[in-house]
Design a protein around this ligand. Sequence first.
Ligand code: HEM
Length: 281
Amino acid sequence: METLFKKIEDTHGASFDPTDLIRAAILNITSSLTLARKYDYDEEEFKQLVHSTDVIMSLFGSAGTDLMLKRLRLSPSKTDKIFKSAKMEYNSFIVSNIQRRKKDFDPAVIESLLDVYLKKVHEKEDLGPYINLDTIALLVGALFIAGSDTSSFQILWVLVYLISHPQALNSVKEEVDKVVGRDRLPTMDDQAYMPFTQAVINECMRLCAPLPMGVMHASSDDTSLCGYTIPKDTLILSNIWGVHHDPNIWTKPHHFNPSRFLDSNGQLVEDDNLIPFSTGM
Ligand code: HEM
């Protein structure tokens, strides 16, 4: 966060597009939590990571369609090749960081998911047949891909809504100043004391869930749901956008109204119809 704030301060109040900065911050946080590796945004290795993520994310939709249509094609498509090359860059980034951390590993310093694994290996714990360096590398890659654009676009949408709703922006600022102040970074413990800010985040997740149809699933067996029969091997998508904009659930569903998540005392209310992380199916 300090790196992000420094970069924002460096703009000296001039207008700027925060997209690249927010995306870089999210990647850096992911890198730090998974691999204990924090970057300066100008480092070549980090720029490479940002580039590969961009390529993978921009091709995800078309590559997904390509994969579904694979049987119709005789030769690999151009998308396939670009996607594979970005994936290889990603793998080499993760593998080289794993090797680096492994070499310098200190069991007294546990800062990341990788460290937890290395510590267990160091303590000779039996991790079973599926947990090894290869699967840890796959897991780290999945966390990078699944967490980067979802989180950064959600933050960018919050900025968009706050900029276009100055009253809400002022209320968030007042709450942040009151609970966190200007001399420290927020922590998760602050969240409970910031109902309005949380309501704004909920409302932005309702209006602009980053994965409006979730990810593809399939039924592993014949089943039924709400009276509908779902045969084995049926493709299942969760219509998150539909639930979030259903006028039978939400009053004026297309309007930005954080108060819908607050009770008469200004306290946050849970709503089971808010499902930005999908339905848990
Ligand atoms: C605003 C932030 C985020 C939103 C709205 C979001 C939303 C979602 C949704 C809708 C799915 C599909 C779930 C399903 O259909 O079963 C998903 C899957 C997933 N998300 Fe997130 N996500 C966010 C951030 C993150 C972050 C920060 C991480 C990790 C660092 C992450 C890791 C994953 C993973 C690993 C999956 C795949 C789970 C599976 O394969 O079953 N997500 N996310």
